[in-house]
Design a protein around this ligand. Structure first.
Ligand code: XIL
Length: 317
């Protein structure tokens, strides 16, 4: 059985991966595993970001994203839409335009609703807002927070829900895997939003870890609070565990233990709905390009061979 099949049978959860179609078009062995039943959920790694979907004001380009959604449907995958409102990989015109708050509100609503409407019925989770907090729990500075304070968060959820009422709507961030000011801040925010009737259905912990730096107990405690007290779904949305290179057998074993911890924590949380790897092979990981001296964060190596991390996840699922 595949990882996804085991996860489904054992607890109704899914295993997914980030990918994009252009990679599959140039790498047949990669495509074979990506489209196989190892995964039942795909997240577009880059092709649904604002800079790709609306590179110029009013000029939407859904070509690459449509390819992903159609291949996903053909191969039986669900799609986690990623992401509607984010300060990063935002089209430059949004910041350069120096729009008034009223104009920026219209622009943001138009982006959220045009995109959510375009994919209506074909996206099972949307990451509605991504990375809106600082580590101390305050609101991150962005073109959106400068204009609207935190109000844009509530608006984005309402707009997305109106445009696609069936998608489950998520707030996502990194360092959402411990008992910290940042996770306390999202707990408080989601509690407040739910009280106001805002359609927020899930919290996504990205899960970009560094080998040996996991707070397993804090992670579990936090995710349980979200699941049992806030009564929202929890998704591990972008899991990878990077290693200070080179990746020795010892480090790969330690990495497998960390993968095991995260997987077990998801299984221990009632409303943890699934785990998505941020790509599944080291060959296409974003890590080496961004974190100098670190790499090999995924369950398959650069030759598409399974690593100890893969076996560890399979064992505990
Ligand atoms: C990353 C992609 O993996 C890279 O290819 C891209 O160059 C930058 O973005 N948090 C997120 C993801 O929410 O969208 C990011 O993806 C990784 C961090």
């Amino acid at each position: 059985l595949s990882l996804d099949q085991i996860a489904k049978i054992r607890g109704g959860r899914y295993i997914g991966t980030a990918t994009d179609v252009w990679i599959m078009e140039q790498d047949a062995p990669y495509k074979k595993i990506t489209t196989s039943n190892e995964y039942s959920v795909w997240t577009p790694e880059n092709t649904m970001k604002w800079e790709t979907l609306q590179p110029q004001q009013g000029a939407f380009n859904f070509t690459e994203a449509d390819k992903l959604v159609s291949l996903a449907r053909k191969t039986g995958k669900k799609v986690r839409g990623h992401t509607l409102v984010w300060h990063s990989q935002l089209a430059p015109w949004v910041e350069a335009g120096n729009f008034s708050p009223a104009e920026l509100k219209k622009i943001t609503k138009n982006h959220v609703q045009t995109v959510a409407r375009h994919f209506r019925g074909k996206i099972f989770h949307w990451d509605v807002v991504n990375e809106v907090f600082n580590e101390d729990g305050t609101l991150r500075d962005s073109v959106f927070s400068r204009a609207f304070g935190e109000d844009f968060i509530e608006w984005a959820f309402r707009w997305a829900h109106e445009a696609d009422p069936h998608a489950k709507l998520y707030i996502t961030d990194y360092n959402f895997e411990g008992d910290t000011p940042k996770t306390k801040a999202v707990t408080a925010l989601v509690r407040k939003l739910k009280k106001k009737g805002v359609p927020v259905h899930g919290i996504g912990a990205q899960g970009h870890f560094i080998l040996g730096n996991l707070d397993g107990e804090g992670m579990k405690r936090t995710w349980k609070t979200w699941s049992d007290d806030l009564k929202v779904d929890v998704a591990i949305a972008e899991l990878d565990i990077r290693i200070p290179m080179p990746a020795t057998p010892e480090k790969l074993a330690a990495q497998a233990a960390d993968y095991e911890t995260v997987t077990k924590n998801c299984l221990a949380v009632k409303r943890c709905v699934g785990i998505t790897f941020w790509q599944w092979t080291d060959k296409y990981s974003w890590v080496p390009g961004v974190f100098t001296g670190e790499g090999a964060p995924l369950p398959y190596d650069e030759d598409l061979k399974r690593k100890p991390a893969f076996d560890a996840v399979k064992k505990v699922l």
